[in-house]
Design a protein around this ligand. Structure first.
Ligand code: SRM
Ligand code: SF4
Length: 563
């Protein structure tokens, strides 16, 4: 049988001299604002993407100008924690080296800059480096930013879980010197296969994502990750984790061999074995994952294709440790707790709602200035959440009033946040995302206004419903794990998905395809009406839509999601 041709990216990685390619030369080329096609793939491993302003694309084409290229950079901030000093640097970089006049908190607890001209890239990365931040492996076929519950309240357990997330992130970083050489002008060193022991020359077949959850919170949406660790504590001390593997959201409209999936429960492992297991799951994926078709190359497909039992057995073989039976763990709310809460250490923590994570200054809502002013006096830390919000954590009693004043003065408390808005997220989408088919971030606030009005009409404003919108089926706001999921199909048109559980333990299923706002709202109006009349006591909206037969439950994604 003839060998199948590998995906183009595989040859790019092999020939790249450990992710160098011709990025350095491309950076010095003044004639274009872009990189070569190959380097555009490689720069992702260094944390950024080439983009162009899609609002201006046609106009520039008509004027026979090249697209208005700029770059998006995603930082790597495990667990989303940074110091006020770091935030001041992050803020300054945004104002001086980007054209977007904003900082964007992401669904994986980090931040992105949009609108970086090519000429500013190096200065920007050097600025991050001075702030002890970087963007290595924030993107690309590697282990990405590791998420961790940022709840500062149960501080001891959180700290133990965070230490594990940080260790995972550090241990699984690529070792290549390419980043230091290209961006930080460090000396050229020879990279070899022995120097990149986990990844090798061809890294992973595809991106790889990990999260650490601390029950009962499931803010990190642990089951949507390639690999998840659910913390298990005894007498308040971390003893180990339930390991879950094989989650992911991305799919392609109309291609049934692609589908979102939630991770399987593999069993309990001890804290001291975490790194061993993470490395084993990742290297099985490295060796078994599909390197021919990138649409089928995530871990979830490797697990489906080989079966959970075979995959698990290989992981046990590589670690030399067997999984213990899964321990009981409550998988609860995925939202953030807004406003002030007092921690066990008597410090206060303020969670600020930031709509779609966009930090910028607008009349009445001077969010970027507000966070800057807070950073100037804050003595604790900043914690980005996977719901795109910001926690001002570790505020002493005597500093609380000053922080609150600044937050109020800069418009953070300007709007009443309904239960549903507080539980809902949207992806970036237009105008920067090249894959967007419909609006998300720019339209979402208005869409939630409509949902709020419908909930008020039916007298269910107190009911939190997880609503998520993305501009395409890649799933960056995890829409297939939402009780109401809207996934862009074309300008102004979305597929409507219903039936996920509130906690993120069951996926949703398509209810209506390719519909516009009026039809979406009419459908939800009708279903909210049924919900009010026929729900069981305490029944969540997602569970109701399944029990009532509005959509079928998705138990086995490979079979049920499209079936
Ligand atoms: Fe994502 C690609 C934005 C979280 C699945 N994602 C993209 C790109 C880079 C578009 C591209 O490839 O050119 C988007 C850049 C838009 C822009 O202009 O900023 C993009 N993804 C985002 C962010 C910023 C959305 C947000 O609103 O916060 C999130 C950044 C996370 C981070 O900090 O690391 C983001 N992306 C996710 C998530 C959610 C998660 O990881 O919890 C998913 C679904 C989970 C998963 O990975 O399965 C996700 N993004 C994708 C995919 C589909 C992957 C797949 O398996 O098919 C793509 C497309 C691709 O990789 O080919 C993609
Ligand atoms: Fe872009 Fe699609 Fe991700 Fe939204 S879901 S940011 S449109 S890739």
């Amino acid at each position: 049988m003839s060998e199948q041709k590998l995906a183009v990216n595989e040859y790019l990685k092999t020939d790249s001299d450990y992710l160098r390619g011709t990025i350095k030369e491309g950076l010095d080329t003044q004639v274009t604002g872009s990189f070569s096609d190959g380097d555009q793939q490689l720069i992702k491993f260094h944390g950024f993407y080439q983009q162009d302003d899609r609002d201006l694309r046609n106009e520039r084409k008509e004027q026979k100008l090249e697209p208005l290229y700029s770059f998006m950079l995603r930082a790597r901030v495990p667990g989303g924690i940074c110091s006020p000093e770091q935030w001041l640097d992050v803020d300054k970089i945004s104002s001086t080296l980007t054209t977007s006049n904003s900082i964007r908190l992401t669904t994986r607890q980090t931040f992105q800059y949009h609108g970086i001209p090519k000429r500013n890239l190096k200065t920007l990365i050097q600025g991050l480096d001075r702030a002890a931040l970087d963007s290595i492996a924030a993107c690309g076929d590697v282990n990405r930013n590791v998420m961790c519950n940022p709840n500062p309240i149960e501080s001891k357990l959180h700290q133990q879980a965070y230490a594990v997330a940080k260790e995972l992130s550090d241990h699984l970083l690529p070792h290549t010197h390419a980043y230091a050489e290209i961006w930080l002008d460090k000396e050229k060193l020879l990279d070899t296969e022995t120097h990149e022991p986990v990844y090798g020359k061809t890294y992973l077949p595809r991106k790889f994502k990990m999260a650490v959850a601390v029950p009962p919170d499931n803010d990190v949406d642990v089951y949507t990750n390639d690999l998840g660790f659910v913390a298990i504590a005894e007498a308040g001390e971390l003893v180990g984790f339930n390991l879950v593997a094989g989650g992911g959201m991305g799919s392609t409209h109309g291609e049934v061999e692609t589908f979102p999936r939630l991770a399987d429960d593999f069993g309990f492992i001890k804290t001291e074995d975490v790194i061993k297991f993470a490395e084993a799951v990742m290297t099985v994926q490295r060796d078994w994952g599909n390197r021919v078709n990138r649409k089928r190359s995530r871990l979830k497909y490797t697990i489906v294709d080989h079966g959970v039992a075979e995959f698990k057995a290989e992981v046990e073989k590589r670690t030399g440790v067997n999984f213990e039976p899964r321990r009981d763990a409550v998988i609860g709310d995925r939202g953030d707790r807004y406003g002030w809460v007092k921690g066990l250490d008597n410090n206060w923590h303020l969670t600020l709602f930031i709509e779609s994570g966009r930090i910028k200054d607008e009349p009445g809502q001077m969010l970027q200035t507000g966070l800057r002013e807070i950073a100037k006096i804050h003595k604790g830390d900043f914690r980005m959440t996977s719901n795109q919000n910001m926690i001002i954590a570790g505020v002493a009693e005597q500093d609380k009033a000053a922080i609150e004043d600044l937050a109020r003065k800069h418009g953070f408390f300007g709007k009443v946040i309904s239960q549903t808005r507080g539980h809902s997220i949207a992806c970036v989408s237009l105008p920067t995302c090249p894959l967007a088919m419909a609006e998300a971030e720019r339209y979402f606030p208005e869409f939630i206004d409509h949902i709020d009005a419908l909930q008020a009409k039916h007298g269910i404003s107190d009911q939190a419903i997880v609503v998520r919108m993305t501009g395409c089926p890649n799933g960056c706001a995890r829409p297939f794990a939402a009780e109401i999921g809207l996934v862009g199909k074309a300008p102004g048109r979305y597929n409507l998905y219903l039936g996920a559980s509130f906690e993120g333990t069951r996926l949703n299923k398509m209810y209506k395809e390719n519909i516009q706002e009026a039809e979406i709202l009419a459908e939800l109006d009708r279903i909210f009406g049924l919900y009010v009349l026929e729900r069981d006591a305490g029944e969540t909206f997602g569970n109701f839509t399944v029990r009532h037969g509005i959509v079928k439950a998705v138990n086995d994604a490979a079979v049920d999601f499209h079936g």
